[in-house]
Structures are given as C-alpha cells and as structure tokens.
Design a protein around this ligand. Structure first.
Ligand code: SF4
Length: 471
C-alpha cells in the first residue's frame, strides 16, 4: 500500500502512479560497482591483483588513482549497523592496525612505484576518528611519503560526531582534509536511544559550524529513515533541522533495512518499534519534498546537494561518476583500497581484502596482499558497466559512444534489453530513442530499476532478493 500523501504530492507533478510504485518497489543493487560485489569469486587472488597493478600502466600512461582507507574500529555499537567493524575501547589496537596499513602501502609501492598521483582520498569505517590525532597524522604522513596528493583533489573523512571536538576538526583541516561527512541518522532522542547512538543536535550543529569556519569545501550529513521509534512526524522534524538549520552541502538519505538474521547488532532492535512500510514511504516522500523545498537538487540514489555544490554542478554538466563511496565528481580512477574488507578497482578487476583482522594481518605478515576475492571483468562486463554507469550518472546514453568504445552494434547486442525498456518507457521512466536512452525526471527516482535491465547476472537470476528496496 502506498501512502495517500505520496499520491497527493507526487502523482500530479511526477505522474508517480500506484502502478509504477508497486512495479519498481523491488530489491535492487545500488551499483557502486558492476558486476556487484556479491559476484566476486575466491578464485581471484593476490596474484591476479598484482597482475592488475602491474598492468595498469600502458606505455607509461595510467588512470589517476583514488585511495580508500578502511578503519574498522568503533567505541560503541549502533544497533542498526551493517558495516564491517570491530567494537573496542582499546585504542592501542589502532596503533597496531596503522602499522599494517603501512605494510599494505609498501606492498603497493613495490608494484606501482612511489609518488603516484592521488586525486581522491576517503577515510571510512567503522569510525576513522577512532584514530587519535597522532595516528591520523601518521597515516597521512605515510600516504604523503608514498603517493602524491594533487592540488584540488577531494580528501574526505567520515566523522562520528561523538568522537570529534572542534580542536580535532582543526587538526583534520591541517592534515589536508577538505570534505567531511557527518553520521547523524536522526536527532530524535527516543530514536537515538533505540539505536544506541546518542548525539545531541547542539553538538552536531557546533561541529558543522566550526567546520565551515575552518573552510572545509563540502559538508555531508547522513540520515536514515525506517529506524525504531521513528514516526513520520518525528523524522520530519529531523529533516527540517538538517535542511534548514544545519544546511549541509550534501545530504544522503538511506533506508534502514532490518535484517537481524544477517546483521547481529540489529537483533537489539525490537521489530515492534519499527515504523510500518507505509510510514517509511511517507517519511521518504516528505523528506524528498522538504529537501527540494529547501533548495536541494536531487542527485540520484538517495543523494541531495545544494545547487552550488560540486556534485550538483557535475550533475548539471553530465560529469557525475560513481564509485564504491557513491556519486563522485572525479573522473574514472583506479581505486586502491587499504584495510580490512576494503574493495578496490584496478584496471578491469575488482578485489576485496580479508574480512577479519586476523586474516588481514596474517597475509601482510607473509608480505602478501590480503586479497581474498574479486573478479576479472569480461568484455561483456565492461560493456554493461559502461552502460549502467552512464544511466546511473548521466541519466542518458548515446549508443554511438558505447559502440565506438567497445566495438559492438548497440541495438543488436542489447536487443532484449531494449525490448525490456519498452514497458519502463510506457510508464514514463525512460525515453528510448533511435540512437539514445534518456532517463526522465520521474525515472531518476527509480534509476537503479532502469540500470537493472542491463545487469546480465540479475536478469539470469531473478530470484535473488538480497538487495535493499528502491523505496
Ligand atoms: S554504524 Fe558506524 S559508528 Fe556505528 S557501529 Fe556501525 S560502523 Fe560503527
């Protein structure tokens, strides 16, 4: 059932009929990669990874590099958590981990050479700010000793407001970070108690204020709807506080998926405290309307940005890209990912590191890359990746660009997919022209449903339901 409020608000301007919502409210990937990570295989090992690293430079020319560092530690458990993390208050574990990150960097430098240019760096977790100031300094010093951070690059870090002071923000700025992402989720105290994450609005407000004073280029706030004790009314208050009082440059709005059988922390959440599916749809609908009213631009896939933000500018100019961190303004890069469970993309490969600290340390103790699974992309994977990313990022696709890059005849190669798009076209989500595909304004809200048509694995295996829902 779809909330009446959605129909009232959206049917007229967006033609979002109940039929369309029912049709597209299905499980689907977020396409931070194609093929998606559940297709990685254990037959891909550190040996293939080394080949990919050594083969990334053709005639001395290589794609620019992006660097991701995963810091898995958190001081306390958030009950909604579905991340790879280790809960501990023993901060000396951070020092040990840092040493191993150093080994992993050394191994990379041995294969790609020192001083490679990095245009994008992201520290994620877990809680990157679990590291103390000295450890963060040491990590950045290690990165700068071995890579070259280019001027004008995007250097971002995820911030748990409970672990950061205004003084620490100044330290992050001095280390060269220019983008911050604050995990807020919800400001309502009952919700915060129900998810075991207390962080008063005043604390976040002061930190964001100080971040602006320090000159960070872009500030993001993450919110989650569908959490226990949330109501459409309470969440609307949080949405208003964020979009009107804090007014970050970017907002990411995620749906909470309650999967306690898969994610142990979620067993602390009482199912009876969760909002109904209809209430979730109302929260989403109201939040979208509130962000648009507050002047934000819908980027796609749960992301909003102020019109002056780089992401909104890139969307207007058709320059959006997508990587494991979501939307990005940076051109296609090879992604080197460091740390436990981190996923990288080098050349035509994806690779993932060991998911436990013991295994991760054990590989590095043997001077081996801690890669335990991954994928070597086939020609078909590469063609489809290009198509899916064009749909997800530009919302349009010229057949000719794919034909000339991959030497195929688009209409012949994708005849089944073009047939399948006809029903989406009748529903007004996409326009299929003679030489191009164009996602409509309405289609942007369901863009992964359009991309899914080109996902060969998904089409071959339609019974899989492990992905979260579109709405
Ligand atoms: S949600 Fe983030 S901060 Fe909370 S336990 Fe999970 S990784 Fe740690």
């Amino acid at each position: 059932m779809i909330a009446q409020s959605i129909l009232n608000r959206l049917v007229k301007p967006l033609h979002l009929t109940p039929k369309i919502i029912n049709k597209f409210d299905v499980a689907g990937p977020r396409y931070t990669s194609y093929p998606t990570a559940d297709r990685f295989v254990e037959a891909f090992t550190d040996e293939q990874y080394i080949q990919a690293l050594e083969g990334r430079s053709v005639g001395g020319v290589a794609l620019p590099l992006s660097l991701y560092v995963h810091i898995p530690f958190c001081e306390s458990l958030c009950f909604y958590c579905a991340c790879n993390k280790t809960i501990t208050k023993r901060h000396e574990r951070g020092a040990e981990y840092l040493q191993y990150l150093g080994k992993e960097i050394d191994l990379h430098v041995a294969h790609i050479g020192a001083g490679r240019a990095i245009s994008q760096l992201h520290l994620g977790g877990g809680t990157p700010t679990f590291f103390g100031d000295d450890e963060l300094s040491e990590l950045m010093a290690m990165i700068r000793r071995n890579f070259s951070l280019v001027a004008g690059g995007e250097y971002s870090i995820e911030i748990d407001p409970r672990t950061v002071t205004e003084k620490r923000l100044a330290h992050l700025a001095s280390l060269g970070f220019n983008r911050l992402s604050f995990g807020v989720q919800d400001f309502d105290l009952d919700v915060q108690k129900a998810v075991h994450r207390i962080q008063p609005i005043e604390q976040v407000f002061d930190l964001v204020d100080e971040s602006r004073r320090l000159g960070f280029d872009s500030i993001n706030v993450d919110l989650i709807y569908g959490l226990p004790k949330q109501t459409p009314h309470s969440f609307a208050r949080t949405v208003s506080q964020v979009s009107k009082l804090i007014k970050p440059d970017r907002i990411a709005l995620y749906a909470y998926a309650h999967l306690p059988e898969r994610f142990k922390p979620q067993r602390h959440i009482q199912a009876a405290d969760l909002p109904s599916a209809q209430e979730k749809v109302t929260m989403l609908s109201n939040a979208i309307a509130a962000f648009l009213d507050a002047g934000y631009v819908y980027i796609g896939m749960d992301h909003f940005a102020l019109p002056k933000d780089d992401l909104a500018i890139a969307k207007r100019q058709g320059r959006l890209h997508r990587n494991f961190q979501g939307y990005s303004t940076q051109p296609e890069c090879d992604l080197i990912s460091l740390g436990v469970s981190a996923i990288g993309r080098v050349g035509a490969t994806y690779s993932q590191n060991a998911k436990t600290l013991d295994e991760y340390y054990s590989f590095l103790d043997q001077d081996r890359f801690p890669v335990v699974r991954g994928l070597m992309l086939s020609h078909d994977d590469l063609v489809r990746r290009a198509v899916i990313m064009a749909i997800m990022c530009q919302g349009s696709l010229q057949y000719e660009s794919i034909e000339s890059s991959y030497l195929i005849d688009f209409k012949t190669y994708f005849s089944k997919e073009l047939d399948a798009l006809q029903s989406l076209s009748s529903d007004g989500l996409v326009e299929v022209e003679d030489n191009a595909i164009q996602v409509t304004n309405l289609g942007w809200f369901f863009v992964r449903g359009i991309a899914m048509v080109f996902d060969r694995y998904l089409q071959a295996d339609k019974t899989r339901t492990k992905f979260s829902k579109i709405i």
